[in-house]
Design a protein around this ligand. Structure first.
Ligand code: FCA
Length: 328
């Protein structure tokens, strides 16, 4: 008898312990990204995981490179009992669909990097968003390009500018417009700016787009390149290499500052990839996840819009800049 009641007590306490463990881990947050192979998104996940460990929630990392995958990912999170998710969507125009799907699955929703828009292209202001101050960061690229052009003593009317473009994404447009505003203000003729529209936002697509422009303007000696991110500019730089332009005649400045850019600085030989504006995957991954957790657990509604800043890094100072941002 006594033995049996001990067993029963043990069984009850095990049940209670399991229940407690369950409550501790019962917060589940999804982090969906459009391009998991890109180092920026891997860094975002990495910092989101830091938040998960700190707060004791389960982080579900999902890659969704198209709308179909994204919608089933949301349903899947709902079925797993998640309470919310953060998304960088493969297509901002899916905005209203994402909102509806989140609601149907009773999931809280925040966007990161790329802000959701409605059918008219207007931002969905009710979805809390963390993005970068795109125009301002573009201006930082422009300022750094002009400074380096001057340092190298190039005449502005002899410089070709490769605008690697992805115009269906508003943040991409804002970024390159920021760059162009500075370039033209400083005297770069508008006719020297050439569009290289990329089909996808990866290095290969950027390289293909840039190669066409370089072949069309083979007489131009000096080139600068800018675009949505590091991948866009790396693609342009690879294109200059493939048509045998001297790296000293190329200044590419990207946006991002994760591995793909940093490994370029680590190469022994100088390349045309001169710099990058380092943005913060820590804020975009860690802070969004903490904000989502606080929303779920403590009903603390996140700020509707947070725009983060960036800092120029080159071969010479990237280690210090990364340290100062807490990402080295
Ligand atoms: C967009 C780009 C990414 C990164 C992010 C902040 O999503 O595609 O490369 O720059 O904004």
């Amino acid at each position: 008898m006594k033995y049996k009641s001990i067993l029963a007590a043990l069984a009850i306490s095990i049940t209670i312990a399991t229940a407690l463990a369950d409550t501790k881990a019962d917060t589940k947050i999804g982090f969906i990204v459009k391009q998991a192979e890109e180092s920026w998104f891997q860094d975002e996940w990495k910092f989101a995981q830091v938040a998960a460990q700190e707060k004791g929630f389960t982080l579900v990392k999902i890659a969704a490179e198209d709308g179909e995958k994204l919608m089933s990912a949301i349903d899947n999170l709902g079925a797993q009992g998640a309470q919310g998710f953060i998304v960088c969507t493969p297509d901002v125009k899916l905005g209203p669909g994402i909102v509806a799907r989140a609601r149907a699955n009773d999931l809280k929703l925040m966007s990161v990097d790329d802000r959701l828009v409605d059918g008219k292209g207007q931002a969905l202001e009710n979805v809390p968003h963390m993005g970068i101050s795109a125009h301002k960061i573009g201006e930082q690229v422009g300022i750094a390009l002009i400074a380096e052009i001057e340092k190298r003593g190039w005449k502005l009317d002899e410089v070709g500018a490769l605008r690697v473009s992805y115009d269906s994404l508003p943040t991409a447009v804002d970024r390159v417009n920021g760059v162009i505003s500075i370039l033209t203000e400083n005297g770069l003729p508008k006719i020297n700016i050439f569009d290289a529209p990329q089909k996808k936002t990866d290095t290969e697509a950027a390289m293909n787009a840039a190669t066409i422009v370089l072949n069309q303007h083979a007489k131009i000696k000096y080139w600068i390149a800018f675009g949505l991110n590091d991948e866009a500019v790396l693609g342009a730089v690879r294109a200059t290499e493939s048509v045998k332009i001297d790296p000293l005649n190329v200044i590419g400045i990207g946006i991002g500052g994760s591995d793909s850019a940093i490994s370029e600085f680590k190469k022994a030989a100088l390349t045309g990839f001169f710099g990058t504006i380092i943005i913060s995957p820590k804020r975009h991954g860690y802070e969004t996840s903490i904000n989502m957790y606080e929303w779920i657990k403590n009903n603390k509604t996140p700020e509707k819009l947070i725009l983060t800043s960036g800092e120029l890094a080159t071969r010479d100072n990237y280690i210090e800049v990364r340290k100062s941002l807490g990402i080295e």
